[in-house]
Design a protein. Sequence first.
Lengths: 308, 282
Amino acid sequence: MTQATLPDTHPGRGRSWWRRNQIGITPWLFLAPGIAFFALYVIFPIFQSFDVSLHAWDGLGEPRYIGMENYAELAEDPAFYTSLRNNVIWLLLYLLAIPAGLFIALFLNQTVTGIRLYKSLFFFPFVISQVVVGLVFTWFYDPTFGLLNIVLGWVGLGPVNVLGDPAYVTYGIIAAGLWPQTAYCMILYLTGLNAVNPEQIEAGRLDGAKGWRMLWHVVLPQLRPATFIAFVVTIIGALRSFDLISIMTNGGPFGESRVLSFYMFEVALSEYGFRMGYGAAIAVVLFVIMLLFIAYFLWSMYREERDR
Amino acid sequence: MFPTPIEKRSPAGRAAYQALLPVALILWLLPLIAVAVFSIRPDADFSNANYWGWPSSFEGVSNYSKVFLESDMPRYLLNSVLITAPTVLGAVALSAMTGFALGIYRFRSNLWIFFMFVAGNFVPFQILMVPVRDLTLDMGLYNTKTGLVLFHIAFQTGFCTLFMRNFIRALPFELIEAARVEGIAEWRIFWYVVLPLMKPALAALAVLVFTFIWNDYFWAVVLTQGVESQPVTAGITSFNAQYRAAYHLMSAGSIVAALPPVAMFFAMQRHFIAGLTLGAVK
């Protein structure tokens, strides 16, 4: 009886507990499904990969613990060094997308009739899947009918089999990747240019700045947020390169166009056998490289959050 | 405005610019235009090595109807839709909630959880590949659209949370405080106050995630195998194997595979660009 009367003497006790703690608990209820999914599919697998890399495993039977043997084998693997070298080339050359995107953005930052359509069409390559970009460029480079060799023929240069020549193949694939990436950087800079303060430009003009000096001293500093994002997405894009290589050359000729992300896939899931442990070791190396950049991005974001 | 507006230049300069624009555009899109031209040529042009001359006949209709009627392409397109649509819904719903929690509430681990989502969004796919494939196999979802959808939702939640949280941070906080003073429950604030204001962010994210997932190739290859579950990006390679050296059909197939995100982009351009350039302007 006393128990039953309790709620009457303290009306709404249960509710007031909820009221008092509502603001503390609500965010966790909202976060729970997102965190659960993300942990299951993204966070835990990172650690599991580290673990797999210490085992010999064909993906079916029992994994056998072998310590650092996979890494020791990597250190002796010439294909690993080819992939690593190509990753560095990708990283460096992919950054060309940033100045190229800025250049096109400056070219298109006008207000003539139809300019909006032009901007959309210039952006177009980014929307198409990399698989189609890869096919399109494979045919573009084709030694018998590719447009590239027809144009080269006009200026008296012999036919080049870009994708069949170990010396050119990586550069050929990077050029294909730069096409959509430049479009992305262009759209970032077009948005940035839209927000450039016109008064500062006018002040710069009065001080006699124009052309390159204006760009370097007045415009580019205002474009810094756009440049930062262009840098982030370009680095990530360069290290993620997989689709184009898989479609255009499948790593060839003689494995010369492999990068770490492709080599890892090849080792773990293709006709060369299912070496999950060795593949995971390659993935760990790629992850560590990426981690340097991720740490830098997060540090920049953290500083910005703190300044708010 | 920078560079100097073209209206302030000489008439000759203006005319030169107007003439240069289409030339630059054609050069920029040249590889794509080449494929579009291939896709309307007849088979005979390729056996006669008439690659770049005037087409001997225009076979656009027959080439494209072959792609739609005689190949597995429609099946792959349907698979892509059935993978993309649930992913968009799931990722946007989950991240609206996480973005709300991280954008509105102040608690100690807030920034750390936020950074976990951001960092996870940047990791190379390969570090996830072996465990995620294994997990999908264990759940009996290997080579199913569901398996692919579940992974995509989880991974896209990282990027979407970044986007949503920053968007919600920019909303006027007084609105939420006013609602709290009125004694409105927190989940009602989410549903009736914040969600209606998030419409532009929801639209932008929906278009972006649609494009990302439609264009995904890596996970399609890792988690699916056959025509019953593969999306069009993976299907196009089997399609090309089936029509080896039939360049007119492969070109038509590629264009069909590329078209849906392009259509989406042109229909929702403003949202699309707003989403992609988030943070490019202070």
